[in-house]
Design a protein around this ligand. Structure first.
Ligand SMILES: *[C@@H]1O[C@H](CO)[C@@H](O)[C@H](O)[C@H]1NC(C)=O
Length: 267
């Protein structure tokens, strides 16, 4: 009887630790691969030098349970590659002839350069705090009070009061990007739903050329500027990052990488 109970406990423990390991983003992207992917982010020329760490990435990712834990291994790897690629485009310090190529320079910047305006618009639900600015910060370059507000609420940190935290605390910074990635903003699906194949295009989507694949994540992020206009440098840059990261993670990037022939969601 005792032995039997013991074995059950043991079996349960093994199962639980196994599930724990599987559900952790670290099982798919090691620190070594993370460093290879974001290779030049700590170069002297990078404004964000020393800011983003693997640990902050892992902590923030694990606080959004469904990230990189949905679907099979191929799907999970693609989601990691797509997330890091889109955010690398937003923060890139790369140029055409850069060492190791333009796609080894993601996460070089952590906030808008120059002297950006306050990005404050009248909003009853998410009012600006006096003297605070809501310009682009962090991996997704979150901007405007009406985005800082709900992002802060979701991650349980008052970003309206302290928007600078997105550029000063790497965990908070990553969390704002995961919030954007995981949260649908009507009429758009979430990037997470698209890249994991959970999103199924409606008849309207299909008529608008929006078919499952990485291209729709670009459409969600900046479709009004980059989609439905044939080839353009910004869209191609996003694809370049994605292909390189897929290669490092050892996964095929899948189909429909561009949004050349897609109408934006709001059009
Ligand atoms: C970053 O923010 C998190 C969440 O609010 C907090 O737990 C952590 O201590 C902060 N880290 C630093 C270095 O301030």
């Amino acid at each position: 009887m005792r032995l039997c109970l013991c074995l059950w406990v043991l079996a349960f423990c093994i199962l639980a630790s196994d599930l724990g390991a599987l559900a952790d983003v670290r099982s798919l992207i090691s620190k070594e691969l993370f460093e290879q992917i974001l290779k030049h982010r700590n170069d002297a020329a990078c404004q964000a030098k020393g800011f983003c760490t693997y640990e902050a990435f892992v902590n923030a990712a694990n606080s959004f349970g469904a990230f990189a834990t949905t679907g099979d291994t191929k799907t999970r790897k693609r989601e990691i590659a797509a997330f890091l690629a889109q955010t690398s485009h937003e923060t890139t310090g790369g140029w055409a002839t850069a060492p190791d190529g333009p796609y080894a320079w993601g996460y070089c910047f952590k906030q808008e350069r120059g002297n950006p305006p306050d990005y404050c618009v009248a909003n009853q639900q998410w009012p600006c705090a006096p003297g605070k600015k809501y310009y682009g910060r962090g991996p997704i370059q979150i901007s405007y009070n009406y985005n800082y507000g709900p992002a802060g609420k979701a991650i349980n940190y008052d970003l309206l009061k302290d928007p600078d935290a997105v550029a000063n605390n790497a965990t908070i910074s990553f969390k704002t990007a995961f919030w954007f990635w995981m949260t649908p903003q009507s009429p758009k699906p979430s990037c997470h739903a698209v890249i994991t194949g959970q999103w199924k295009p409606s008849t309207i989507d299909i008529q608008a050329g929006r078919v499952p694949g990485y291209g729709v994540t670009t459409n969600i992020i900046n479709g009004g500027i980059e989609c439905g206009k044939g080839s353009n440098a910004q869209m191609e840059n996003r694809i370049g990052f994605y292909k390189r990261y897929c290669q490092i993670l050892g996964v095929d990037p899948g189909r429909n990488l561009d949004c050349r022939n897609q109408r934006p969601f709001n059009a």
